[in-house]
Ligand binder design. Structure first.
Ligand SMILES: Cc1cc2nc3c(=O)[nH]c(=O)nc-3n(C[C@H](O)[C@H](O)[C@H](O)COP(=O)(O)OP(=O)(O)OC[C@H]3O[C@@H](n4cnc5c(N)ncnc54)[C@H](O)[C@@H]3O)c2cc1C
Length: 408
């Protein structure tokens, strides 16, 4: 019997939950989970992908956002390359545009998910436990699923970084960009946006366009814009030698990080330098024009932020003060797998880690046999490509090749 992609091998226990089994359970139906699911399914491996398809992109990204990645690096991966962004646009008669609008990307992901059919189960996984020789998953409704392998593709949601200066404010006063989807609700409000990366700068532009009174405050002395030297991208074959089509990282590094397997053999210290350089805070080159009427305060840190009635009082390191209605943190993410609430401590402490990132070997294997991680959590092992949709191709192929071998 097959329900929701899960091969049921046990009858319903009396009064208890249905016990079921799948070879590979993937937790998370974002670009990584959906792509890996498509590859495993095509290989005939029993897979079930858990989670609401594209939930992060549909519910957390700011309305009106545009993708920072180029079109060629914004397709999910399937083995025949039949379900690309272009294929979706042709099938749905959507006008191709660059940069890719958020709504198009979300609809594309939902269209892509159809190839998984009943192998996608929208329920959330609440807990994973070891259940030799595999794992037991408990779903949001109490159902239990057994899986021989588990692949965690659960994204970066729990890893939001909140600097200490903002810890004592209420959730109405301080919001992370991750929760800043509805920009229109800030119309007429004074909002301080903290940070100088794509999230902060794009949110600032969207808030300004939604009639909020915005000030961006950033520690950096100047903003960096991706693709500042655009002529370097228009020199035909020479450009291809300098940049990969994924366009992650600067000249030269961009080519290197396109080979995650090679990156995984580089000593950790150098690998970390490459990773941080490739994803340092910067905004897309179409943002400066949208920020010309936004107040930008550079080279300053917020020392203190405290509630003052309905307002927030900010004190900066130059002694100046601000009064605002809300703070929007574009302060990024810090991977720490112990913050995945579905991973119990007993399991997390057995996973070898580099400061919160799992240590992964080929096939995205963690040190717990049968437990794999893909997406941003794999970036410390395989490099910065794994932070982006462009890494879905490598992750899916590598995973399939490893799981096919180990099942044999
Ligand atoms: C503001 C912003 C802009 C970005 N722009 C780009 C861009 O332009 N191009 C690009 O390539 N990348 C971009 N990124 C990076 C982006 O996060 C990744 O590329 C992409 O989302 C990675 O896919 P994923 O599947 O690993 O994670 P996600 O897309 O986050 O998917 C993970 C999914 O897992 C689900 N999940 C979590 N826990 C559970 C559970 N217990 N049970 C079931 N499901 C669960 C979540 O709901 C989520 O839908 C951006 C990130 C941010 C924050």
């Amino acid at each position: 019997m097959k329900a929701n992609g899960v091969v049921t091998r046990f009858a319903q226990t009396r009064g208890g939950p249905v016990s079921a089994h799948c070879d590979v359970a993937i937790i998370g139906a974002g670009p990584y989970g959906l792509s890996a699911g498509a590859h495993l399914k095509a290989k005939g491996i029993g897979v079930c992908v858990f989670g609401e398809p594209m939930e992060f992109w549909a519910n957390k990204m700011p309305e009106g956002m545009l993708l920072r990645s180029p079109r060629v690096a914004s397709s999910l991966s399937d083995p025949d390359k039949a379900f690309t962004l272009e294929a979706y646009e042709a099938a749905s008669k959507t006008e191709p545009c660059a940069p890719v609008p958020l709504d198009t990307f979300v609809e594309y992901g939902k269209w892509f998910r159809h190839q998984l059919g009943s192998d996608l189960d929208p329920r959330t996984v609440q807990r994973i436990d070891r259940d030799e020789p595999g794992f037991k998953l408990i779903l949001q409704d109490g159902h239990e699923i057994r899986a021989t392998y588990v692949v965690i593709a659960a994204g970066i949601g729990p890893f939001k970084r909140k600097p200490v200066a903002f810890q004592n404010l209420s959730p109405q006063q301080v919001i992370h960009c991750y929760e800043g989807r509805e920009v229109r609700r800030f119309a007429g409000k004074r909002v301080a946006v903290i940070g100088a990366g794509q999230s902060a700068l794009e949110s600032a532009a969207l808030l300004h366009e939604a009639s909020a009174k915005v000030e961006v405050i950033a520690r950096q002395a100047e903003f960096r814009w991706i693709g500042q030297h655009s002529w370097l991208h228009h020199m035909g074959p020479i450009s291809s030698m300098l940049y990969s089509s994924h366009d992650v990282g600067p000249l030269g590094i961009s080519r290197l990080v396109a080979y995650p397997k090679l990156v995984s053999h580089i000593p950790l210290g150098i690998r970390d330098k490459i990773r941080t350089r490739a994803v340092r805070a910067a905004g897309s080159r179409w943002l400066p024009a949208r920020l010309t009427n936004v107040k930008l305060t550079l080279g300053r840190s917020v020392l203190e932020a405290k509630a003052a009635g309905d307002e927030v009082a900010l004190r900066l390191d130059d002694g100046s003060e601000r009064r605002v209605d809300h703070i929007l943190l574009g302060t990024g993410y810090q991977v720490d797998i112990s913050r995945y609430d579905f991973l119990p401590q007993e399991l997390t402490r057995d996973i070898g880690q580099f400061d919160g990132y799992p240590k992964l070997a080929s096939g995205f294997r963690s040190s717990v046999p049968g437990l794999h991680f893909i997406g941003a959590t794999a970036a410390r092992s395989f490099g910065p490509l794994l932070y982006f949709v462009a890494g879905t191709e490598f992750a899916s192929r590598e995973l399939v090749s490893h799981l096919s071998r180990s099942r044999r």
